[in-house]
Design a protein around this ligand. Sequence first.
Ligand code: HSE
Length: 308
Amino acid sequence: MKVSVKVPATTANLGPGFDCLGLALPIYNEITVEETVMPGSGIEINIIEDSETYDVLSIPKDENNIVYKAIELLYNFVGQTVSDIKITIKTNIPVTRGLGSSAAVIVGGLLAANKLLGSPADDAVLLSIASEVEGHPDNVTPAMFGGCCLASMEDDGSVIYTKMDWPSDWKLNILIPDYELDTKIARSILPEKITVADAAFNVRKCAMLVDAICRHDSELLKKSLKDKIHQPYRENLVKGFKELTELLNNKDDILGCVISGAGPAILVISVNDGFDKVKNDVKKIFDDKNVKCDIRTLNLENTGSVIL
Ligand code: HSE
């Protein structure tokens, strides 16, 4: 028996919502998990690239694979051990770009393995395992449930989340550069301590951001997409981010510009034809840096993971 799951990409943080806010995007990976017929065959991990442009060679194909690790935790939860299993990852989400490719495969592997086991774990358990493997819940939550999610991993490992209604006219423009940035590196450069002033800045911006989303208030959104916890430290690793924020600051119909997850992709939120008006100037910023950039204007993905 085998089970396949389709899981969306995600963009996390949204500026001030470091490690707690994320949106699902309509770009998908498909993860298939099957029990192998030959006992003793061990783990087999196959990766199929849907798109030619993304290098997936760096994904481990042994016990260090994060999908395998997540599945192992699920088996442990139900008191079983994984022995012979085949995992196939059909990848269309660009890897190491800040678009939740690891969250997508973790969630897909877990949902597929849970179905194979007869669905012993509920969504709360699956979300908790996925967040544990990923280290934070901001990508795995929208990858599972779709939409715009606020998620908190509690001290006991459980995850409290809420899905907020995202205005359909707030467009998501994703700028995906042709180079990778390992999330481990992008997290390692963050300081261990920040000042109370910076923490207070983010607390109020994140609270304003959630309020702006809930009340569909574009003017408040513009004021709230600011961050002092991670972006200032990462902006030197994300080519063009500084120039883009300067270009887009106070432009009509541009609501904000933030690093997507840990980068290097960038999310620009716009209304009406705001992004079309600046697209050529945006392209020029990347051209001047000799960075090829895939620019996509997307709607929010609201369904989340689907068992096929
Ligand atoms: N919140 C995470 C970070 C997202 O910014 O490091 C990347 O996985």
